[in-house]
Design a protein around this ligand. Structure first.
Ligand code: NDP
Length: 464
């Protein structure tokens, strides 16, 4: 019988923390999970889930337009922000309740409080100012939006947190950043009727993604009317009398806006967490340092999800939690496998990607075959929508394995999930070639790109 209050104390009720708590409690272990805000964490409460609901809402404007080409008269349309936000809030509440119920059913004790480390086996519950002990402690407290506090006027700006709860839809919004959140919200606000300016410091939005997809999504967004300003940044946001704010750009432009949104990355929630009291080391970004098994520098403390500096994705946190439970409570040492993680940017058009970009493949393999198809998906033709789809496969020329797959276009995220299985399984280009096309679909291009568009040999481009 352990002399600790709990076998496992989980700090943070997000995707990773909840999965670890539920699974361990279901094994009959004594588990507590502390959450200071709402059960579900970033993904459910103020991230992936509400974002996707807003993405669905924002797509209708184009669908109404496209319907005309198919003979429909849609008539006058009107969008009501308050209705959307109320419906979204109700759904988030439903999901939060499910998370809570599942934890209770598994037998975990839920503590509605902020918890901080007090020692390698001790946690202070701030609500009651009591200290409890645990044999193992798991830190899964996630991250938060970078407040960009050094910029004058940052206090006038919103982040994705507030974007989900605005009183009204802004007529004009300026968004700073060129990553997932900036690009997704630029499309959401544009689709719902706002005038959007996206300001990004780099040459091309969505650093790290395939270059053709970056160019393609950027061109499509600009054609829709989203004003993308690359190689520029915000230096100040001022409050004005006649309109709400003025965003001052480094290049000298001043933009009037009802809202200015910052989407410049996220920071791990390690401030005042007591890491030093437990001997838990942080890296230069303030993230908790972990080894391959999510172990921190303190032998009784583990960390996973966005509080560590790995991939900031919900399924990754859940996978890390599963591996933690396998290792620590089921006697099956398992390292999280973070190779070829599929991911999507829910832009319009969407990006779905898995495995290596051609540049990454070029660094890893001597010969890389790149197969690319660009075409107008059938749905866009009668709609009169001049938007291209891109499918791209990156193949190691020696083993013939498909090491990367990149899609721009409708349902690219759904395709990336399935392509993720193919790349993970190490399927070869020949496996793709001998797979029958499914006609008429856009995805059939993935099995009908018979000749390479070009070859990378020792990093240099050669004609196929
Ligand atoms: P990202 O890291 O994707 O993007 C941050 C952006 O901010 C980059 O464009 C970056 O520019 C820019 N930036 C950073 N610092 C500054 C600065 N000082 N001045 C100007 N610009 C700056 O972060 P997000 O906040 O968009 O998202 C956080 C994470 O959440 C993502 O990395 C992703 O893992 C996850 N996420 C996943 C989603 C999905 O799966 N669909 C959706 C939303 C988030 P630069 O490129 O030059 O560094």
């Amino acid at each position: 019988m352990s002399h600790y209050d709990y076998d496992l104390f989980v700090m943070g009720g997000g995707s990773g923390g909840v999965r670890a708590a539920r699974r361990t409690a279901a094994l009959g272990r004594k588990v507590a999970i502390a959450e200071e805000f709402r059960m579900g964490g970033t993904c459910v409460i103020r991230g992936c889930v509400p974002k996707k609901l807003l993405v669905y809402a924002s797509k209708f404007s184009e669908e109404f337009e496209d319907a005309a080409g198919y003979g429909w008269s849609v008539g006058e349309t009107r969008f009501d922000w308050a209705t959307l936000i109320a419906a979204k809030d109700a759904e988030i509440q439903r999901l939060e309740d499910i998370y809570t119920r599942n934890l209770e059913k598994a037998g975990a004790e839920i503590l509605k409080t902020r918890a901080v480390l007090e020692g390698p086996h001790a946690v202070r519950l701030l609500e009651t100012d009591t200290v409890v002990t645990a044999e193992r402690i798991l830190i899964a407290v996630g991250g938060r939006a970078n407040p960009f506090a050094d910029m004058p006027g940052a206090e006038h700006c919103i982040t994705s947190n507030e974007a989900f709860h605005l009183k009204r839809l802004p007529e004009r919004i300026v968004i700073l950043g060129g990553g997932y959140i900036a690009v997704e919200f630029a499309n959401i606000f544009h689709g719902l009727g706002a005038h959007v300016t996206l300001v990004y410091r780099g040459k091309k939005i969505l650093a790290g993604f395939d270059d053709d997809l970056r160019d393609g999504v950027s061109a499509a967004m600009q054609r829709k009317g989203i004003d993308i300003r690359c190689e520029d940044t915000l230096v100040e946001v001022r409050q004005k009398a006649d309109c709400r704010f003025e965003a001052v750009l480094k290049g000298g432009d001043r933009l009037d806006a009802d809202e200015v949104m910052l989407a410049v990355g996220r920071k791990p929630n390690t401030e005042d967490l007591g890491c030093e009291k437990a001997g838990v080391t942080l890296d230069h970004l303030g993230a908790i340092e972990v080894d391959d098994y999510s172990r921190t520098s303190a032998p009784s403390v583990w960390a996973l999800g966005d509080v560590t500096n790995r991939l900031q994705l919900t399924p990754v946190a859940i996978h890390e939690a599963m591996c933690f439970v396998d290792t620590e409570f089921l006697g099956k040492p398992t390292k999280p496998d973070l190779e070829t993680v599929p991911t999507a940017v829910f832009s319009q058009p969407e990006i779905g990607t898995t495995g290596l970009t051609e540049c990454e493949a070029g660094e890893r393999f001597r010969t890389v075959e790149v197969y690319t198809a660009r075409f107008r998906p059938m749905r866009n033709i009668l709609a009169g929508r001049d938007e291209q789809m891109i499918t791209k496969l990156v193949v190691d020329g020696e083993s013939r394995k498909v090491v990367g797959a990149h899609i721009l276009g409708p349902d690219a995220g759904e395709l990336a999930q399935v392509l993720g299985i193919c790349v993970k399984a190490g399927l070869t280009k020949d496996d793709f070639d001998r797979t029958m096309a499914l006609h008429p679909t856009a995805a059939e291009e993935l099995v009908t790109m018979y000749t390479p568009s070009y070859i990378l040999r020792d990093g240099a481009v050669e004609d196929a």
